[in-house]
Design a protein around this ligand. Structure first.
Ligand code: FAD
Length: 474
C-alpha cells in the first residue's frame, strides 16, 4: 500500500456529519465524477429520519453506518479507511498514514474537533467525545461514588442530567448552568428538574443513535464526535436510587488537579482532587472535562498557506473556501470567517455540520464547473433543536441576546415543569427566541425574526395564548 497513488475529482477528509453530508451532496450534484472519502474511523455518520419543523429548523437522527454501506449507496464514491497526515497543496495531493498519495481537483476538510481536556494525560480526567471515551466513562461510572463535572455547555449539561444515583459536583465558570445555550431564567426552569426523581427509563425505547465501538485505525481516538443521545444506550445509573445529589460551584474553574498522595492532610481519601479557583478542594473518583473543543486542523497546516482563526479553526469564506486554492472546509474544523447575517453565528453543532457539509458540496461543484453559487438560506438565521433535561429545546436567532450589546428586552412566559418561552425583542422586533417544551411557536418565531415585522402594537400580548399572532400576519 505504501506509495499507492490514487486520484479523484473530489476528495473529502472525515466521515462525520459534515464529511458525509458533503459526499452525499457531491454524488447527487455531480454523479459522473469520482469522489473519495478518507476517514480515520471504520464507521461513518449519516443523518436519518429528517423532520423539517419549519423552513430553517430540522430535527434529525444520526446513525453510525459501516463505510461500505455508504459507498454501496453512491456508485461514484470510494471510501478509504486511513488517516490523513499531510496536505501538499502545491501538488494537489494529500498523504495518508498508510503511505497513500491521493490527488484531488477539489478537496474538502471535515476532520471535526477534539475535546479541550483539563490536565491532559491525567488518568483520572476524561473528556467525552467519541464512542471510545463514552465506553471508558461507562466503565468508570459503574464503580464511582462521586465525580466532578467541569464545563457548562451541552455535554456537561447532559452528563449531569443523565447520571443517576451518584454524587456530582458541577463546576461552571458562569453565574448559571448551561450558559452556552440558555439564560439564567431557563437555567432556573431546568434546576427544578435536577432536584426531581426521574422516571425509570425503559431500555428499549430509544430509536435514535445506536453507537457501535469505532476505534480509530491507529487507536488514536480520531472517531467522529458524538451528538444528541450519545448517552442513550449506556448505563449511567449507579444505584437503586435514580436521583443524583448535585451541587453546583458557580463562577469557578479548576485551578489544579491534585494527586491523592498530596491530599492526605485533609483526611478524605479520593483517587483525585481538584482545586477550584474559588478556593474549594473537591475530592472525587474522577473528573469529567467538558470544556469545549479544538478544531482538528494541525495536519493540514505544515507547508501550506492555510489561515487559521484564533480558535484553531480553518478560516473559510462564504463559499466554504479556505485560503488555499481548491481547498474547502466544513463542520467543526472550520471557522466561518465571512460577514455573518444579522441573525446567524457559528456554533459547533450537528445542525451546522450538516448545513455546512451540504453547502460545501454545492460550492465545490460550482467551483469545478465554473458556475455561480448563491449562499444557502440556512446561514440567514441561527436555528437549532435539541433536548435538555428531557425537554425539547428550540433556539432561534439571537436567542441569548448575542450581538445586541445588552440593548434588548425579554418577553417571558413560563409554566413551571411544562414550558419556558423567551422572546428577545429590540425596537419592537423579534431578534431571537428560546422555546422549551412543546410550545408550537417555532414557525411563528422564525417568520417574525426573518421578516423583522414591527410588533410594538402587541406589547406583552405577543405571548398571550388567547391571541393568535400568526393569523394576524397571514
Ligand atoms: P466529527 O463528527 O468530529 O467528524 C470528524 C471526522 O473526521 C471523523 O470521522 C474522524 O474519524 C475523521 N478524522 C479526524 N481526523 C482525521 C484524519 N487525520 N484523517 C482522516 N479522518 C480524520 N451537537 C449538537 O448539535 N447537539 C448535541 O446535542 C450535541 N451533543 C454532543 C455531545 C457530545 C458528547 C459531543 C462530543 C458533541 C456533541 N455535539 C452536539 C457536537 C457535534 O457532535 C459536532 O458538532 C459534530 O459532530 C461535528 O461534525 P463534524 O463532521 O464536523 O466532525
Amino acid at each position: 500500500m505504501a506509495g499507492e497513488i490514487d486520484s479523484a475529482t473530489f476528495v473529502v477528509v472525515g466521515g462525520g456529519i459534515a464529511g458525509v453530508s458533503c459526499v452525499e451532496g457531491l454524488s447527487f450534484l455531480c454523479p459522473e465524477r469520482r469522489i473519495i472519502l478518507i476517514t480515520a474511523s471504520p464507521f461513518v455518520k449519516t443523518v436519518t429520519n429528517i423532520i423539517p419543523l419549519t423552513k430553517m429548523l430540522t430535527q434529525f437522527d444520526v446513525e453510525e453506518k459501516d463505510a461500505e454501506a455508504l459507498s454501496a449507496a453512491h456508485p461514484s464514491l470510494s471510501v478509504i479507511h486511513d488517516s490523513v497526515v499531510k496536505l501538499d497543496s502545491a501538488d494537489h495531493t494529500i498523504i495518508t498514514r498508510d503511505g497513500r498519495y491521493i490527488q484531488y481537483e477539489k478537496l474538502c476538510i471535515c476532520t471535526g474537533a477534539y475535546p479541550k481536556v483539563i490536565a491532559e494525560g491525567n488518568p483520572y480526567v476524561i473528556g467525552i467525545r467519541d464512542t471510545e471515551s463514552v465506553r471508558d466513562f461507562e466503565k468508570r461510572i459503574a464503580t464511582a461514588r462521586k465525580i466532578l463535572v467541569v464545563g457548562n455547555g451541552g455535554i456537561a449539561t447532559e452528563v449531569v442530567h443523565e447520571l443517576e444515583g451518584i454524587e456530582i459536583v458541577w463546576a461552571i465558570k458562569d453565574k448559571h448552568i448551561s450558559a452556552t445555550f440558555i439564560d439564567p431564567g431557563a437555567a432556573e426552569f431546568f434546576l427544578s428538574q435536577l432536584q426531581k426523581d426521574k422516571p425509570k427509563k425503559p431500555v428499549s425505547t430509544v430509536k435514535r443513535l445506536k453507537y457501535t465501538a469505532s476505534p480509530g485505525k491507529d487507536g488514536e481516538g480520531h472517531g467522529a464526535a458524538l451528538g444528541p443521545d450519545w448517552h442513550a444506550n449506556i448505563n449511567l445509573s449507579r444505584t437503586q436510587s435514580n436521583k443524583s445529589k448535585v451541587s453546583i460551584e458557580y463562577e469557578c474553574e479548576v485551578k489544579k488537579v491534585l494527586d491523592s498522595k498530596d491530599m492526605h492532610s485533609i483526611g478524605e481519601d479520593w483517587p483525585v482532587y481538584a482545586e477550584l479557583t474559588n478556593g474549594k478542594i473537591v475530592g472525587c473518583d474522577f473528573i469529567v472535562s467538558a470544556t469545549g473543543v479544538i478544531p482538528n486542523s494541525s495536519m493540514f497546516v505544515d507547508g501550506n498557506d492555510l489561515e487559521l482563526s484564533a480558535d484553531g479553526g480553518i478560516k473559510v469564506n462564504w463559499l466554504m473556501e479556505t485560503s488555499v486554492q481548491d481547498v474547502f472546509a466544513a463542520g467543526d474544523v472550520c471557522t466561518a470567517s465571512w460577514e455573518h447575517a444579522r441573525h446567524w453565528f457559528q456554533m459547533r453543532l450537528w445542525t451546522q455540520a450538516r448545513q455546512m457539509g451540504m453547502y460545501a458540496a454545492k460550492t465545490m461543484v460550482g467551483s469545478y464547473k465554473n458556475e455561480e453559487v448563491y449562499q444557502d438560506f440556512c446561514f440567514e438565521l441561527f436555528s437549532h433543536v435539541t433536548n435538555f433535561f428531557g425537554f425539547k429545546v428550540v433556539l432561534l436567532g439571537l436567542f441569548n441576546g448575542q450581538k445586541l450589546n445588552g440593548e434588548y428586552e425579554i418577553l417571558l412566559r413560563v409554566s413551571r415543569g411544562m414550558e419556558y418561552v423567551k422572546l428577545v425583542m429590540r425596537d419592537g422586533k423579534l431578534e431571537g427566541a428560546v422555546l422549551i417544551g412543546e410550545t408550537d411557536l417555532e414557525e411563528m418565531c422564525e417568520n417574525l425574526i426573518l421578516d423583522q415585522l414591527d410588533l410594538s402594537i402587541y406589547g406583552e400580548d405577543l405571548l398571550n395564548p388567547e391571541i393568535d399572532v400568526d393569523d394576524y400576519f397571514d
